[in-house]
Design a protein around this ligand. Structure first.
Ligand code: TRP
Length: 476
C-alpha cells in the first residue's frame, strides 16, 4: 500500500499549526506567563521561540521529509543504524505519555464546554456558583475519567479517518474557527473594565526585570516553547513525513511558528483582561493547572451573557486541544502502520486502548511515593522527555545527517537556502548545549553549582553525546 500524503501545502501547514496550537497556548501559556512575571517572561519566551523553536522545528521537518517514515523508520533508515531506530521508539513512548495527561485535561475542557452550553438554555452553568468546588469535582474521580474517555474517543475518530480525510480535513475546519473566535473574544475582552491594567501587566516592556530574572525564566520559557511548538516527541517528524513535494521548509516553519505565537498572545489578550476585570491579580493567584479554570469560570459568571461567552471560549479550547491530541495519537499509529503493516483502524484501536488505561491513571491521579501522578506526568516527566527528545533529534540532524540535512533544508527553500549552514551549526552545537542547560536548571543544578559551572557541565554533556555518536556506524 502506498503511504498517505497531505493533499495540499496549506493542509500540511494547518495540520502542523493545529498540532502546535493547543492547551499549551490557551491553558499553559497564560499561567506560565503569570507565574514568571508577565511581560518580562513574554519577551524572553518570544526570543526562545525564534532562536530555538524555529530552528528546532526545521530540524524535525528535515528528518521527517527526508525519512518519509514514522520516527522509528526515519531515524533507522537515515542513519543505517538499529540503535537510532530504537531511539525512535522513545518518541512513541513520549507520545503515549503526553496523550495520557493531555486527554485528561481535554476532558475537563469538554465538560466545561458542555456545562456552559447547557447553561445558555438552563439558566447558568453549575460552575458559576462555586468555581473552586466545581473544578475539584470535575478534575477528579469518575467524572474526570468519563470525560477523558470521551475526549480520547473524539481524537481516535479523527485519526481513524487517515491523513487526508481525517487530520487534514479536520484541522482545515478547526484552525480557522479557532483563530476567528479568539480574535472576536480578544476584541470583546478589550472593552472590559480593567483591560488597561491587564495590558500593562502582560505587554509592558521592562528591561530591568528581564535582566534580573533572565536565568530563572529561561528554563520555563524553553519548556513552554518546546511544548507549544510540539517539539521533542516526533510529532513534527511524523507530519513532515507526509509531505510529498519539496516546498520551502524554512518558510512553512516560520509561518507555523508565527501563527502559533499569535494564538498564544491572543489567548493572553482574552484571559488577562477577564481576570483583571474581576480584580484577580494573576501574579497573586495560586499557580497550577486549576488556577485558570477557577479564575476564568469566576470571571464568566460576572459577565453579561456569561454562559454564552464561556461556551464560545471553551469551544475554542476544545477545538484547539483536539487538533493537538490527534497529532500525539498519530505518532504511535504511524509507527504501527509503517513498521508492522497494521491497518490504521487496528492501530488506532491498539494505541487508544493503551491510553484508556494510562490516561485513566492520570485522571484518577493516585499519589505514589508522595508524588501525584498527574502533576508528575504533566510537569517534570513531559518536560524532561521533550527536552531530551529534541536534543537527540537535533544531534542526529547535525552529526548523523550532516550534509544530507543541509541538502534537505535547501530543497525548495529558495533564497532561504543560504541559511542552511548556519542553521546546521545552530541545531548541531548551540541548541543541544542550550537544551541540556535548561534541563539542568529545571532540576535546580544551577542553584547548587552556579550558572557558569552549569553551562560548563552542559558543554561537557554535549561533548560526551557527540563522542558517543562518533562510535555509531556511518556517522560524522
Ligand atoms: N503543542 C500542543 C499544545 O500547545 C501540544 C502538543 C501536541 C505537543 N503534540 C505535541 C507537545 C508533541 C509536545 C510534543 O497544546
Amino acid at each position: 500500500m502506498t503511504r498517505e500524503t497531505w493533499a495540499t501545502r496549506v493542509g500540511f501547514i494547518l495540520a502542523a499549526v493545529g498540532s502546535a496550537v493547543g492547551l499549551g497556548n490557551i491553558w499553559r501559556f497564560p499561567w506560565v506567563t503569570a507565574d514568571n512575571g508577565g511581560s518580562a517572561f513574554l519577551l524572553v519566551y518570544l526570543a526562545v521561540v525564534l532562536l530555538v523553536g524555529v530552528p528546532g522545528l526545521l530540524g524535525e521537518f528535515v528528518i521527517g521529509r527526508r525519512g518519509k517514515q514514522s520516527p522509528v523508520g526515519a531515524l533507522r533508515n537515515l542513519s543505517g543504524s538499529r540503535s537510532w531506530g530504537a531511539w525512535g521508539v522513545f518518541y512513541v513512548g513520549t507520545a503515549v505519555a503526553l496523550l495520557s495527561f493531555y486527554s485528561v485535561v481535554g476532558g475537563w475542557i469538554l465538560r466545561y464546554f458542555a456545562e456552559s452550553a447547557v447553561g445558555i438554555v438552563g439558566g447558568s452553568p453549575a460552575y458559576f456558583a462555586a468555581p473552586g468546588q466545581y473544578f475539584g469535582g470535575a478534575a477528579a474521580g469518575v467524572d474526570a475519567l468519563g470525560f477523558h474517555l470521551l475526549f480520547l474517543g473524539l481524537t481516535a475518530l479523527v485519526v481513524v479517518g487517515g491523513v487526508r480525510r481525517g487530520i487534514e480535513l479536520g484541522t482545515k475546519v478547526m484552525m480557522p474557527a479557532v483563530l476567528a473566535l479568539l480574535v472576536g473574544l480578544a476584541v470583546w475582552a478589550g472593552t472590559r473594565p480593567g483591560a488597561a491594567d491587564a495590558y500593562a501587566f502582560y505587554l509592558r516592556f521592562d528591561p530591568t526585570t528581564i535582566r534580573a530574572n533572565l536565568f530563572d525564566v529561561l528554563a520555563p520559557a524553553a519548556g513552554q516553547a518546546l511544548f507549544t511548538l510540539s517539539l521533542g516527541a516526533g510529532t513534527m517528524i511524523t507530519y513532515a513525513s507526509y509531505i510529498d513535494e519539496d516546498r520551502s521548509l524554512p518558510f512553512d516553519g516560520t509561518v507555523i511558528a508565527v501563527l502559533n505565537t499569535l494564538v498564544g498572545v491572543l489567548a493572553g489578550l482574552v484571559v488577562f483582561p477577564l481576570l483583571f476585570s474581576l480584580g484577580v491579580d494573576p501574579a497573586q493567584t495560586e499557580p497550577g493547572p486549576g488556577a485558570l479554570f477557577v479564575g476564568l469560570a469566576g470571571a464568566f459568571s460576572q459577565l453579561p451573557a456569561g454562559a454564552l461567552v464561556a461556551t464560545v471560549f471553551f469551544g475554542v479550547v476544545v477545538l484547539a486541544a483536539l487538533s493537538s491530541s490527534i497529532s500525539m495519537l498519530e505518532i504511535p499509529v504511524s509507527f504501527l502502520v509503517d513498521e508492522y503493516g497494521v491497518g490504521r483502524r487496528r492501530a488506532v484501536g491498539l494505541v487508544a486502548g493503551t491510553v484508556v488505561v494510562t490516561g485513566s491513571v492520570c485522571a484518577l491521579d493516585p499519589t505514589i511515593a508522595g508524588v501525584g501522578v498527574f502533576g508528575f506526568v504533566a510537569g517534570p516527566l513531559v518536560d524532561t522527555l521533550l527536552t531530551a527528545g529534541l536534543a537527540a533529534a537535533l544531534l542526529f540532524v547535525g552529526w548523523v545527517m550532516g550534509r544530507d540535512a543541509v541538502a534537505e533544508f535547501r530543497e525548495g527553500a529558495g533564497r532561504a537556502a543560504a541559511l542552511a549552514t548556519p542553521w546546521l551549526l545552530t541545531v548541531g552545537v548551540v541548541l543541544p548545549i542550550f537544551l541540556v542547560f535548561t534541563l539542568l536548571t529545571t532540576f535546580g543544578v544551577d542553584a547548587r553549582l552556579g550558572v557558569w559551572p552549569t553551562v560548563l557541565v552542559s558543554v561537557l554533556v554535549g561533548a560526551v553525546a557527540f563522542l558517543g555518536l562518533r562510535t555509531e556506524r556511518s556517522v560524522v
